[in-house]
Design a protein around this ligand. Structure first.
Ligand SMILES: [Zn+2]
Length: 106
């Protein structure tokens, strides 16, 4: 299995679309679909229908999944969206690193 370039709790930036350039924290990765739910980004409005005549229907806002290919990891060291590389530390741990500033991310 390939190591994940983007993980839960990472800060990411959206590369295209309506929310282009905005940042948020990854709340959840949907592994099988290669998508992520990011806090406060890609918000969609859903109409929730009432279940009874007395209950009013309401509009709920919720995050919609974003394709991982449309997200870039924001390096917490240089604070820029970056490409991610992998390398091994001396103790053989595999960690991600920022291809901009070369610092380890994990
Ligand atoms: Zn960096």
């Amino acid at each position: 299995m390939m190591a994940a370039k983007i993980k839960k709790d990472d800060t990411v930036q959206i590369l295209s679309g309506r929310d282009r350039g905005r940042r948020g924290d990854v709340r959840h990765i949907i592994n099988k679909k290669g998508r992520a739910i990011v806090d406060g980004l890609n918000i969609v409005k859903r109409h929730r229908r009432s279940r009874s005549a007395q209950e009013a229907s309401e509009i709920v806002e919720m995050e919609s999944p974003i394709d991982l290919s449309n997200l870039s990891l924001v390096c917490h060291i240089c604070d820029k969206p970056t490409r991610v590389g992998f390398r091994f530390l001396n103790d053989e741990r595999k960690v991600r690193f920022c291809k901009r500033c070369e610092e380890s991310i994990d």
